[in-house]
Design a protein around this ligand. Sequence first.
Ligand code: R5P
Length: 294
Amino acid sequence: MIVAGVTADYGIGSGVADRLGAEYCRFFSKVFPDGESYLRLEREMKGDDVLLVQGMDSNQDKRLFEMLMAADAVTNAGANNVYGLITYMAYARQDRTFGPGEPISARVALRALHDAGISRLAVIEPHKEEELSYFKGRSMPIEVLGSVAREAVRITGAEKLIAPDYGSSPRVKKIAEDLGIEWDYIEKKRSRDDGSLSMGKGLERIDGVKALVLDDMISTGGTAALAVGEAISKGAASVSVAAAHMLLVGNAYEKIKNAGANHIFGSNSTGSKGCETVDVSHETADALSRLMGD
Ligand code: R5P
């Protein structure tokens, strides 16, 4: 088995290879003067199983296309099975049409990955597990949020998890129960017109409690900042934030810090962007063994 980092794998590729006892290598890549990408894997791979690893948290179109080119390259070179691991899946949030004339972008991406030669695909914390059914081969979501939460609780001593919206509350409840700590949730409302956030149900009083806001992903940071502010206003002794995917777009990091967060934790599914990083390559490798196993 060869594990090949495409152009952005944030240490997960080598961590997975270590855990699986596989060889790790990276594609050589460069960008032509006109902006097009060029890739080459400088290694024989005829008859080998190859796992391609790529994150798509920034330069999304380029990263997706590079993953397609990588799949084509190893298929052409005679790889036996071509597997894919996407550490953060771009376009996952457009998993259906929300209005007339729109594409289902997640379906476009997942179909293309299969057509390029990937037979089995794992995605770390996809937006929704059901959307993986757009991939025509075998697919698997990999959960890492529990591991990120466990590490954040260990470091901060958090006594209560906070789900920053109702949708995430069942997961946060389950993780809190696994960790043996309390939890609560906030009801977040996002305006369809301008994307602005407001709050429905707030938190109970948490005087003197160390809290941890836990979400699947942080993009602009508005949701996390709202939750941090609410926890502080209800008496929390300290508040930190953890998420599986830290996109931290624009000034998101400063926004969350300015709201009063002590620590910001994310997994290495994305580039760290200044937050404290939890390496999730071991649990990712264990899940991949199940995907590739039979
Ligand atoms: C929403 O459903 C997600 O779970 C996140 O809460 C959301 O994507 C965070 O976005 P932002 O950081 O832009 O508020």
